[in-house]
Design a protein around this ligand. Structure first.
Ligand code: ZN
Length: 256
């Protein structure tokens, strides 16, 4: 872990977000964030693990979120590709955690696979439920490793979500993802590792880590015909707009 952080810093990544996917990894993400400068945490239960959520877990997540290092609820969502939890349980757990995000005024990190329509429906309800209680300039969340097409990406942007692209954009068969990377406004775009998965092409087969994010960002810059520095600066500022990383550590800890 320390070496991974060191290599990330050497690559130019100054700020990182560690993502939770079940109760244990959520606790660990908070621990890592609390003991490392410039690292923040998201907490939540992934659709794969939805079946393991106990009645007390939502209040445990709320308690964990009292840490100022917790910047979002996620990964949460629906995954009908692997169906590791029954669909009705995934739906319930997704909605319960969106309700938690609304209560805590936190943005969300959304996982959606083979679930385009149901995920959009649930998030449209979420957007409705927060309207009037959410700053207009602040995104509602991010569609992580977005796997839909450009039209759907645009619908999510209109709903108030950002689109995040991982190392998969560098894969030879990823033309749909490339069309999104080219086609959406830079202000709606994020880049991510999804480490240890989705390693960019030149390191494919190895375990992914934040240091490789640079390759993804450069690749997207080339696709868009924009300087890599601009992509780095704008996506960092967008991540800050989403997660309000610059308010962390302020004594009031007030969340937008
Ligand atoms: Zn995911």
């Amino acid at each position: 872990m320390p070496q991974v952080i060191e290599r990330a810093r050497a690559s130019g990544a100054t700020t990182m977000v560690v993502v939770g996917y079940d109760m244990d990894s959520s606790r660990r993400a908070v621990e890592i964030a609390q003991s490392n400068e410039g690292i923040f945490a998201t907490i939540g239960v992934h659709p794969h693990d939805a079946k393991s959520l106990t009645p007390g877990d939502i209040s445990t997540l709320a308690t964990l979120a009292e840490s100022p290092m917790v910047v979002a609820i996620g990964e949460i969502g629906l995954d009908f590709y692997r169906n590791l939890s029954p669909p009705d349980v995934q739906h319930r757990v997704f909605r319960e955690q969106l309700a938690l995000a609304r209560t805590l005024h936190l943005p969300t990190v959304i996982h959606s696979r083979d679930a385009d329509e149901p995920t959009f429906e649930v998030l449209a309800e979420h957007a409705d439920a927060v309207s009037g209680d959410w700053p207009a300039e602040r995104p509602l969340g991010v569609m992580h490793c977005f796997a839909g097409d450009l039209a759907l990406a645009q619908q999510y942007v209109d709903l108030g979500f950002l689109i995040s692209i991982a190392g998969t954009v560098t894969y030879p068969n990823a033309e749909t993802t490339r069309s999104i990377a080219r086609g959406i406004l830079l202000s709606s775009l994020l880049v991510e590792t999804d480490a240890p998965y989705l390693t960019p092409q030149s390191h494919r087969g190895q375990r992914n880590e934040p240091a490789y994010l640079v390759e993804t960002a450069k690749f997207i810059a080339e696709l868009r015909g924009e300087p890599p520095e601009l992509i780095a600066k704008e996506t960092a500022s967008t991540a800050n707009r989403l997660f309000t990383l610059d308010r962390v550590g302020e004594p009031t800890g007030e969340r937008a």
